[in-house]
Design a protein around this ligand. Structure first.
Ligand code: ATP
Ligand code: MG
Length: 513
């Protein structure tokens, strides 16, 4: 199933002109903090981060390193392997003082002297404790994080590899694991898989602005069309696309709206739950996301972003809807669909599917013009999405369970075989091996049992593996050159010569896809 999903993504995205990019699993924490935003849940709570360190310096995992380790820190600092930050300099300064104390006042202790007083031992131990604490305060290197998402990495790569000089736009997709510290539950994991795509286009001199609106909207619509085509090809059930425009970050557009929203929220503050009350100040748009039952009626009365978009964002949104319609993509407008980040703008969308309970979002996406520039690149437009592959597969499995209930032959999860070679008798071993080689070369999925089996057992095994055919090779078949092929579904049998049989099976395979 995972294979089929990823294979289908490659095929469908390929037909839209996308190429694959493989970003690394970890990157400097700073990249995610900047791109995703330091205030977001993803960065502030969910990232797995750790300190990089010089290769010859052991990790201070036990938090209890002593004087020898401290001396290594000094040499690392002198060689420039450890960051020369203010906090490191302060910690190292005190480490030096403590080391001197240890060296001058307690030399005997260090040699494990037995006649030290209890008081001296206690003092020495607390000195060592302080030293261990100070050592733990030294940052050994850059903070790196396991990627919580890949858009930041794709934008980083776009800049690093000068993709603005490639024919524009640059269309890329990726698949792979992402990591977020979350409470694991159905459809929510700490290591999960995403399939995503991004369209990046650097704005050439003299271009951009309002005259690009029809083009941008068409690009957005094509990206959405592509995800829907992918889901369609997989026959994902209960697919629902929701769209919204969140305008752009300007006083005459989203910023002005957020002020109005804030004012309206303050009015109803007393009726809101604790989370929403807090968000009035930190991130008022997120209040619209609330799933709390008693807040729904209140939220319905709040001002809507659609009434406060600037003219450009309004015409972009209208054009997006026209473009989706042209492409036969059905959608629902949801004015409450938001993304919490400043650089997201205009198009936002989310896709849900059936069989997933409350974690039913299988894809989220949107436009993020300006992100590449924020990361130090040229002014560049961006639109992309990320599909939660685990959830996608859960949904496909649920649907398959419904169809397959009652049908036992090829249960889900079985690899299946085209041909099971049921061979028996001394003379047939060599023929069976040759037959397996021929059929595999022709692309058929073949099971060749390593030792001969009784006829009944072989057929039972063939059936369990979900084979379509059993090729029966006994001494008679080998002697006559006429092989027996049994169709397992109906039990019918026919005899054929070797060449004819290979051709027949190739044809049967082509027919079944
Ligand atoms: P949610 O609101 O469910 O936490 P999100 O807004 O954090 O989702 P995005 O960052 O937009 O999710 O990621 C896109 C998609 O990745 C989601 O729609 C979902 O299908 C999937 N996804 C996100 N987090 C997880 C996770 N912890 N486990 C499995 N899939 C996930
Ligand atoms: Mg989340």
């Amino acid at each position: 199933m995972w294979n089929r999903v990823e294979h289908t993504a490659r095929e469908v995205f390929g037909t839209f002109g996308f190429g694959e990019i493989r970003p690394p699993i970890f990157e400097p924490t700073e990249l995610f903090a900047r791109a995703v935003g330091g205030e977001t849940d993803i960065v502030s709570k969910e990232m797995y981060s750790f300190e990089d360190r010089p290769a010859d310096l052991p990790a201070n995992v036990a938090g209890a390193f002593g004087p020898d380790y401290a001396r290594q820190l000094f040499s690392g600092h002198e060689k420039g392997e450890i960051p020369n930050s203010l906090s490191n300099r302060i910690a190292l300064k005190e480490i030096r003082q403590r080391l001197e104390e240890i060296d001058t006042e307690y030399p005997k202790m260090r040699l494990g002297s037995a006649d030290a007083s209890a008081e001296a031992i206690e003092k020495y131990n607390s000195l060592l404790q302080r030293l261990a604490y100070l050592i733990s305060r030294v940052s050994l290197g850059e903070l790196v994080s396991l990627r919580p998402e890949a858009t930041a990495s794709v934008c980083r790569a776009y800049i690093e590899h000068n993709m603005h000089a490639w024919p524009q736009p640059v269309k890329l997709y990726y698949t792979g694991p992402m990591f977020r510290r979350e409470r694991p539950q159905k459809g929510r994991y700490r290591q999960f898989y995403q399939i995503g795509a991004e369209v990046l286009e650097t704005v050439q001199q003299g271009q951009g602005g309002a005259k690009d609106i029809p083009k941008d909207a068409a690009v957005d619509a094509e990206v959405i069309e592509m995800v829907m085509a992918f889901f369609g090809r997989l026959e994902l059930q209960g697919v629902q696309l929701e769209i919204n425009s969140i305008g752009h970050n300007s006083p005459d557009c989203r910023r002005g709206y957020v002020e109005k929203l804030k004012a309206a929220l303050v009015e109803v503050k007393d009726k809101l739950g604790e989370d929403s009350r807090r968000r009035i100040e930190t991130n008022p748009l997120r209040v619209l996301d609330s799933k709390l039952e008693h807040e729904q009626a209140i939220i319905a009365t709040l001002p809507r972003i659609g009434d406060h978009l600037c003219d450009d964002c309004k015409s972009h949104y209208a054009e997006l809807k026209r473009q989706l319609d042209l492409r036969g993509v059905k959608c629902h407008e949801n004015w409450r669909l938001v993304r919490g980040l400043d650089y997201y703008m205009r198009t936002t969308f989310e896709i849900t599917a059936q069989g997933l309970g409350s974690q039913n979002a299988v894809c989220g996406g949107g436009r993020y013009d300006g992100l590449v520039e924020l990361l130090g690149g040229p002014p560049t437009k961006g639109i992309g999405f990320a599909i939660g592959e685990d959830r996608l597969i859960l949904s496909l499995q649920e649907a398959r369970k419904e169809v397959a209930s009652g049908e036992g032959r090829v249960a889900s999860g079985k690899i299946g075989r085209d041909v099971y070679i049921a061979w028996m008798g001394k003379t047939s071993e060599e023929t069976a091996i040759r037959a397996a080689q021929k059929l595999r070369t022709a692309g058929l999925r073949v099971e060749l049992p390593p030792v001969e089996q009784k006829f009944g057992k072989a057929l039972g095994q063939a059936d369990k593996l979900g084979s379509r055919y059993a090729l029966i090779l006994g001494d008679d078949e080998v002697a006559s050159g006429q092989w027996t092929l049994k169709t397992l579904a109906d039990g019918s049998q026919k005899k054929m010569g070797e060449a004819e049989l290979v051709e027949f099976l190739k044809g049967a395979r082509a027919l079944s896809g």
